[in-house]
Design a protein around this ligand. Structure first.
Ligand code: FES
Length: 153
């Protein structure tokens, strides 16, 4: 009889522990998904980086920065930076004679990053630039600007 009661107790204890574990796991998963909502905002602040001095960039040329997946364009007035990531499915675009083209599905953009043809429907984003006190150009991928906006030098 006592053995029967003991096994009933241990079964109830086991079920209670299992329920506690399941509730704790559900709480943990809910907490993780809540934290993930803040990740894009946190990474946005990490999207600021230096790209060197303006004289690293030749005039009237789009210079591709592979590690940052962007093109930097410098003219005699200033400097601008545009994303090199195709707005269709994220392939890296290439410079073409009149602008840019995507090797994946053929999207074409003009030199202002506006879609001309292909699968992409959104223009390429241009990023805000500023000059740090140390003289280096800083790209802020968290702040988008119009394609005509440049950092005047
Ligand atoms: S990823 Fe560029 S056209 Fe599809």
């Amino acid at each position: 009889m006592d053995d029967h009661n003991n096994s009933g107790h241990s079964r109830r204890d086991f079920i209670r522990r299992l329920a506690t574990w399941a509730a704790a796991s559900a709480g943990l998963l809910a907490g993780i998904s809540l934290l993930r909502q803040f990740v894009p905002r946190l990474t946005q602040y990490q999207k600021r980086f230096k790209i060197g001095r303006n004289n690293n960039y030749p005039f009237n040329t789009f210079t591709y920065l592979a590690d940052r997946q962007l093109f930097v364009y410098r003219d005699h007035e200033g400097i601008r930076a545009v994303s090199a990531v195709c707005t269709h499915l994220g392939c890296i675009i290439e410079k073409s004679e009149d602008g840019f083209q995507c090797p994946c599905h053929g999207s074409c953009y003009n030199k202002n990053g506006e879609v001309l043809s292909g699968a992409a429907t959104k223009d390429l984003p241009w990023y805000s630039l500023h000059k740090d006190p140390d003289g280096q150009i800083v790209v802020d991928q968290g702040r988008l600007v119009d394609s005509s906006q440049k950092l005047y030098l």
